[in-house]
Design a protein around this ligand. Structure first.
Ligand SMILES: Nc1ncnc2c1ncn2[C@@H]1O[C@H](COP(=O)(O)OP(=O)(O)OP(=O)(O)O)[C@@H](O)[C@H]1O
Ligand SMILES: [Mg+2]
Length: 358
């Protein structure tokens, strides 16, 4: 798929700007604070429906203005689409695809799929499990709608169970919890089965990229750490129902639900070393790069279409070998790269200059 054009109005530091892109490589050049990351953010918002860097959506409205607009023209294999995002100070966010106003965010996911890579993505390797779950959830939800629906359902019921823990006495909680627990376990089983499959596939592709970038002997393995070791959905569901029941007392004392997919993690190892804890900066960066490249291929295998790759501030952090491997791997994928100056030995690219005074 290809992002053909983006028009921004009162978005971040942009008053009004229309930018046309090409397939292949788009290099977004400009000085610090020119608006490069803002442009990448706008593409992400049109794809995912929210910002990769802020929870407060009004921050995206140009200071002193009331409304921001992102218009994006998308070219896909079988159909073209127009995505329109409007963020208003008073009315919140409205997303339109072609002429239909979306009522749920889930309807947007998967239309424009993006793989986003910025120095912040290192968090996925080295920080708390939450960051790795965020990676799985974002990736998998874009490609697999049933996953997104199961996860949303699970999160909703989990919140209900937690609310019950906080608002009732233990006797009442332990007699009514089963209502939530049955539904929770069912949604959780769907989430777990899909996460397991996803991690396995990503691990295989990432391993092959990792060997190309870091050397033939440098393996990379992602290993899912699920909250249930059972195989089938039915078995997992039963196992979780049992675990939730067993943990009622503990959960009540803790004040939250202590078992389930919302507590899971996956390990990332090379040569048997857990990079979450023991990886050097360089190792962690290489692993993150291999995983992001794997995401591109994963989408392509699953959907037959390449996602769009957003690389914000990534090149300057990589050595020459890794930069070359990265640029080679992006061939055939529409790629956006931000930088202050572009000196890579590639011929065919479009340079887009971003100037500060906009
Ligand atoms: N809501 C907003 N209204 C107006 N300006 C904003 C808003 N949000 C951010 N900015 C400004 O936009 C400018 C550009 O930010 P951006 O992060 O896109 O820069 P950049 O080109 O990526 O720079 P760097 O090379 O340092 O990463 C910054 O000066 C920032 O203060
Ligand atoms: Mg930036």
């Amino acid at each position: 798929m290809i992002v053909e054009k983006v028009t921004l109005e009162n978005f971040r530091n942009y008053k009004k700007r229309e930018i046309t892109f090409r397939d292949g490589l788009n290099v977004i050049c400009g000085l610090n604070a020119a608006g490069k990351t803002n442009l990448m953010e706008s593409i992400f918002v049109a794809a995912i429906g929210r910002s990769p860097r802020t929870k407060n959506e009004k921050d995206m409205i140009k200071m002193g203005e009331d409304r921001a607009f992102i218009h994006l023209d998308l070219k896909k294999k079988f159909r073209d689409h127009k995505i329109n995002v409007e963020i208003s100070k008073t009315e919140g966010k409205k997303i339109k695809v072609d002429d239909a106003v979306l009522t749920r965010l889930g309807e947007l996911l998967g239309l424009l799929t993006v793989v986003y890579f910025s120095p912040d993505e290192l968090k996925m390797i080295k920080e708390a499990p939450q960051e790795r779950r965020r990676f799985i959830d974002l990736s998998l939800s874009q490609e697999n709608k049933p996953y997104y629906l199961a996860l949303s359902k699970y999160n909703k019921i989990l919140a209900q169970r937690n609310k019950l823990i906080k608002s009732t006495d233990f006797a009442e909680f332990s007699t009514t919890a089963f209502i939530w627990e049955t539904q929770m376990s069912e949604a959780a089983a769907e989430v777990i089965v899909k996460r397991r499959e996803f991690i396995k596939k990503i691990s295989e592709i990432a391993d092959s990229y990792h060997r190309k970038i870091a050397g033939e002997k440098e393996d990379l393995t992602l290993f899912y750490e699920p909250c249930s070791d059972f195989e089938t959905k039915e078995e997992i569901k039963k196992d979780l129902e049992r675990a939730l029941e067993e943990n009622r007392k503990k959960d009540y004392e803790l004040g939250y639900t202590s078992v389930g997919p919302h507590r899971e993690d996956f390990s990332i190892t090379t040569g048997g070393v857990d990079l979450r804890k023991f990886g050097s900066q360089g190792q962690q960066r290489t692993a993150a790069l291999a995983i992001k490249l794997a995401e591109i291929e994963y989408y392509y295998k699953e959907s037959g279409e390449k996602p769009v790759l957003l690389l914000d501030d990534v090149l300057s952090e990589l050595d020459e070998k890794r930069r070359t491997a990265l640029l080679k791997a992006t061939e055939g994928t529409q790629t956006f790269i931000t930088c202050t100056e572009f000196t890579e030995p590639v011929q065919d690219y479009l340079e887009i200059k971003i100037q500060k005074q906009e």
